[in-house]
Design a protein around this ligand. Structure first.
Ligand SMILES: CC(C)(COP(=O)(O)OP(=O)(O)OC[C@H]1O[C@@H](n2cnc3c(N)ncnc32)[C@H](O)[C@@H]1OP(=O)(O)O)[C@@H](O)C(=O)NCCC(=O)NCCS
Length: 145
């Protein structure tokens, strides 16, 4: 049974193993939890049988006009069961009636997002691979929390 929650409350790093598959320098579970806490919106899928987080989606919104879906991942053993679609559907509901909700993705996933009601557009992105783990000082950000 999968339970969906829109808060990171009650989630501890031990529940967050196995994410960022294929990343060369992935965030730790502690950093992952920090990402969930600092995002303006999250939806988390928890396997009630094991207590593990098996999928999550995060977004940042200005609450006025725009939001950006920042991360979406379902653990490999739980993929292709509709969890990613349900996370996205719930996130779009959480974000509400904004003018713009954007998600940058690889071309192979455009069909997935299109089935969630989004349209394909071109996106420009910047990736600083030295910072892929999210570790290190961030001027202007609180050190924790
Ligand atoms: C993308 C992702 C979140 C989808 O989660 P999911 O729970 O498997 O999604 P659903 O079961 O709701 O939908 C599955 C459908 O998504 C599409 N899909 C999922 N992964 C895909 C992939 N790697 N390539 C192409 N299509 C994919 C397929 O159409 C699939 O339908 P099918 O099983 O009938 O072929 C999951 O594959 C994942 O975590 N991928 C790695 C991280 C990632 O790419 N995140 C997105 C960043 S923008």
């Amino acid at each position: 049974m999968i339970r969906y929650t829109t808060s990171a409350d009650g989630i501890v790093p031990e529940m967050l193993a196995g994410f960022f598959v294929g990343w060369a320098d992935p965030p730790t579970a502690q950093t992952h939890l920090k990402i969930l806490r600092r995002s303006s919106h999250v939806v988390v899928a928890i396997d009630e049988g094991t207590g593990r987080v098996v999928g999550f989606i995060s977004a940042i919104s200005d609450g006025v006009l725009c939001a950006h879906i920042t991360l979406l991942e379902v653990l490999p053993d739980y993929q292709r069961r509709g969890i990613g679609t349900e996370l996205t559907r719930r996130m779009l509901g959480e974000l509400g009636d904004l003018y713009a909700v954007d998600a940058a993705c690889d071309a192979e996933l455009s069909g997935f997002y299109a089935r969630c009601g989004m349209q394909e557009r071109r996106a420009m992105v910047l990736r600083n691979y030295r910072r892929q783990s999210g570790l290190g000082a961030r001027p202007g950000y609180p050190s924790d929390g």
